[in-house]
Ligand binder design. Structure first.
Ligand code: C2E
Ligand code: MG
Ligand code: MG
Ligand code: MG
Length: 295
């Protein structure tokens, strides 16, 4: 009897496995056609420069809507695009689309200092033609290199130290800036990062979550230490995932440079983001979300 129920459990498990594998295979096949079928889009999340009360940049975040699978989250499809190599053509599309959008906003009257930040995957970074793709996207859209920042994770920089260093120096020569995304979650040594031409550290949301909650001394210490260290190294610091006014106040008091998160704004569609930017420009005082602002 035990044996029979063990077998049933195994079959259920095998079925579930089978379902997972099938979903993955189907998603990978659908992803290959996603660009040409126009199923991808970008949303843009504003980054607030704390000392100036101005939006200094927007991060481009990829969205995928497929007729069969509906909205698929980037945390599910980016790894699949990476494994299957499709991330190369998707990444090209993202770069060009982000540059096209920013150039359009500048023409529509958005502050010329506004930059766009684009996430780059590990596989893209390995490609020796990435710097050429980047400069051609900028050229086609008529943007200066200073309008673009590329986000790479610590683990990508560590996994392929030599190639990473070569690419980063190529970006530096172009004049494109580099941010280390999800900072604090990898295990890079600072002395190593210091040798690379990096401009910005983005402190992972996991550390911001614990800020301004009195019981979380650790996240508070880590965050203030990263800010101090970044200052010494001449790097800009962005806090990711700022969701409360308390967190924002803490970051302001501790001289963090930039805040990004739902409290400032959720990621917005191209049109909604343009409206947001123009509205803020007209009235640059820090604007709190009326839905969540304390009474
Ligand atoms: P990431 O680059 O660290 O982006 C930040 C993620 O945190 C985004 O999730 C954003 O929507 C979310 N977020 C921002 N503020 C808040 C907040 O206050 N609270 C919470 N709970 N979440 C917040 P998203 O858009 O789902 O993207 C997930 C990840 O997928 C990104 O993490 C990035 O690693 C990857 N990704 C997104 N777009 C692209 C892309 O175009 N290319 C590549 N290679 N990766 C991308
Ligand atoms: Mg990012
Ligand atoms: Mg991040
Ligand atoms: Mg992340």
């Amino acid at each position: 009897k035990a044996k029979a129920s063990g077998k049933r459990a195994f079959l259920r498990y095998a079925d579930a496995m089978d379902g997972d594998i099938r979903r993955r295979a189907n998603l990978i096949a659908a992803l290959r056609k996603a660009v040409e079928r126009g199923e991808l889009s970008l949303v843009y999340q504003p980054e607030l420069v704390l000392a100036e009360g101005r939006i200094g940049a927007v991060e481009a975040l990829l969205r995928w809507h497929n007729p069969e699978f509906g909205d698929v989250s980037p945390s599910e499809f980016i790894p699949l695009a990476e494994e299957s190599g499709t991330i190369i053509s998707i990444g090209e599309w993202v770069l060009h689309e982000a540059c096209r959008t920013l150039a359009g906003w500048h023409r529509a009257g958005v502050d010329e200092r506004l930059k766009v930040s684009v996430n780059v995957s590990a596989l893209q970074l390995l490609r020796s033609d990435l710097p050429d793709s980047v400069s051609s996207a900028l050229r086609r859209c008529g943007l200066p290199a200073s309008a673009l920042e590329l986000e790479l994770t610590e683990s990508m920089l560590m996994a392929n130290a030599e190639v990473a260093s070569e690419r980063l120096h190529a970006f530096r020569r172009l004049g494109v800036s580099i941010a280390v995304d999800d900072f604090g979650t990898g295990y890079s040594s600072l002395s190593y990062l210091h040798r690379l031409p990096i401009n910005t550290l983005k402190i992972d949301k996991a550390f911001i979550d614990g800020l301004a909650t009195p019981d979380d001394r650790e996240d508070t210490t880590i965050t203030t230490t990263v800010i101090a260290m970044a200052r010494t190294l001449g790097l800009r610091v962005v806090a990711e995932g700022v969701e409360t006014p308390g967190q924002l106040a803490f970051l302001e008091q501790n001289a963090c440079d930039i805040a990004q998160g739902y409290w400032i704004s959720r990621p917005l569609t191209e049109d909604a983001c343009l409206r947001f930017l123009l509205e803020r420009q007209a009235q640059p005082a820090p604007r709190l979300d009326p839905d969540t602002a304390p009474a």
